[in-house]
Write a protein that binds this ligand. Structure first.
Ligand code: DWN
Ligand code: ZN
Length: 405
């Protein structure tokens, strides 16, 4: 019986199995198509003691994050989001020119570059060598390492304590949350803030966002388990809001040496209790909806195909690979995928081996329908592709349940 990564109890209950699945960001080149692809179980568990939803089949971080194709800066909605976040942090938490801002999992430096105009000092910490190199070339100072307490100590000693430590879209990826929080605590100044943005479990359940489940995401957070973990480190929440990004996330602002949680936390804990999130039932109900989405999507795509219509995939996000593999949607149904990320273009999707092209392909050889795998940007994509739609092209949005627009 596996034990919970956070409370160590042997009280895990599996509620969803997405089956053996390849790694969501392991896009293949043509030669790799001939090789055996590594598959890992993708099963999701609920802990009956601390309520954390988690994976137990852990793929080492060294395998997942040393070389990484995803770039924050290629999706313009994320650039807009991070520019607003930087401004809010500077104003709300009174950062001065010269204050140190450290971004953990800083990717291509998109978020840190939004701090430039405020004159703060910035430092990125990014384990992927290819991406850290890009950020450094773009002038965003970035250390190519995993974040550890030892590194935190080193940064604090050489650059001084940080007024803001940022952890956007990285908390769900962290295997050892204790070590992560210990490091953040060591790095922060007494009045500094740790800003976490992480997909919210309530949104995942409400919108049946099963495709956000893949090996990189080892935890699926509600507020309750976050409070429990922070409390162990004497840390407390000073700000908590729901945000739209990545299908619905929460922004959690944390300070150290704070035993009192902000009053807003109670509202979230009440909402989560009302949803029954401390019991396994809503998770089993979610799993049933996941299977319905799969059945509906396959039926829809097969029907369109049977009418002789051509279908492509819009975007090749990591989550798209969970969806395609779980629903067994391959090149027989989707002719190609398009994506704005250079490192994905010319490659093939993991498991299903659908070829990926730059966006131009979509305009040169428009399909009759496009399945929006990057459904978190559906509004922006529909707006961007008005010409295609005016010419009669259709879009399929798979989540929360497949619809044609
Ligand atoms: O946690 C994670 C999240 C935050 O980011 C990571 N583990 C990996 C990544 O997940 P993802 O790949 O599912 O993220 P996105 O941001 O939904 O990916 C969107 C993809 O779609 C990118 O590859 C870019 C592409 N795209 C496109 O081709 N045309 C995006 C837009 C907006 C477009 O117009
Ligand atoms: Zn637990």
């Amino acid at each position: 019986m596996p034990h919970c990564r956070v409370c160590q109890h042997e009280t895990l209950e599996r509620f969803l199995s997405l089956g053996p699945t390849p790694l969501a960001n392991r896009f293949l080149n043509r030669e790799q198509l001939e090789e055996t692809e590594p598959y890992f179980p993708l099963d999701v568990y609920f802990c009956n003691t601390c309520c954390l939803v988690q994976l137990v089949d852990i793929v080492p971080a060294q395998v997942l994050f040393r070389e990484y194709p995803y770039l924050t800066g290629v999706s313009s909605p994320m650039k807009t989001h991070f520019a607003a976040l930087a401004e809010e942090i500077v104003q709300e938490y009174h950062l001065d020119p010269g204050s140190l801002v450290v971004d953990i999992g800083s990717n291509d430096g998109t978020l840190l570059s939004s701090f430039r105009q405020f004159g703060t000092r910035t430092l990125g910490v990014e384990p992927a060598a290819n991406i850290a190199a890009l950020a450094n070339t773009a002038g965003v100072q970035t250390i190519n390492q995993f974040f550890t307490p030892a590194l935190a100590e080193d940064i604090a000693r050489t650059m001084g304590p940080a007024k803001a430590v940022l952890a956007t879209n990285v908390f769900a990826h962290v295997h050892d949350l204790d070590s992560f929080l210990q490091g953040a605590s060591e790095l922060l100044s007494a009045d500094g803030v740790l800003v976490i943005e992480v997909p919210y479990l309530v949104d995942m359940l409400d919108n049946t966002e099963f495709d956000t489940i893949y090996h990189e995401h080892v935890s699926y957070f509600a507020v309750r388990p976050i409070v429990a973990i922070l409390t162990r480190f004497g840390m407390g929440i000073v700000g908590l809001t729901r945000i739209r990004v990545h299908g619905g996330s929460i922004r959690v602002v944390v300070q150290k040496s704070r035993t009192q949680q902000a009053r807003v936390v109670d509202r979230f804990l009440t909402l989560e209790a009302e949803r029954g999130l401390s019991f396994v039932r809503p998770y089993h109900e979610f799993a049933q909806r996941v299977h319905s989405v799969k059945d509906e999507l396959i039926e829809l795509l097969r029907n369109l195909k049977a009418q002789g219509l051509r279908i492509a995939g819009y975007g090749a996000p990591a989550k798209g690979n969970t969806l395609l593999n779980f629903c067994k949607v391959g090149p027989d149904l989707l002719e190609y995928l398009i994506d704005t990320t250079p490192a994905k273009q010319g490659r093939f999707s993991p498991g299903m081996h659908i070829p990926i092209y730059p966006e131009q392909r979509f305009h040169l050889e428009p399909p009759d329908y496009a399945l929006i795998l990057a459904w978190n940007y559906a509004d922006e994509i529909l707006e961007k592709e008005t010409a295609y739609r005016q010419r009669g092209g259709g879009f399929i949005i798979p989540i929360p349940r497949p619809i044609v627009v």
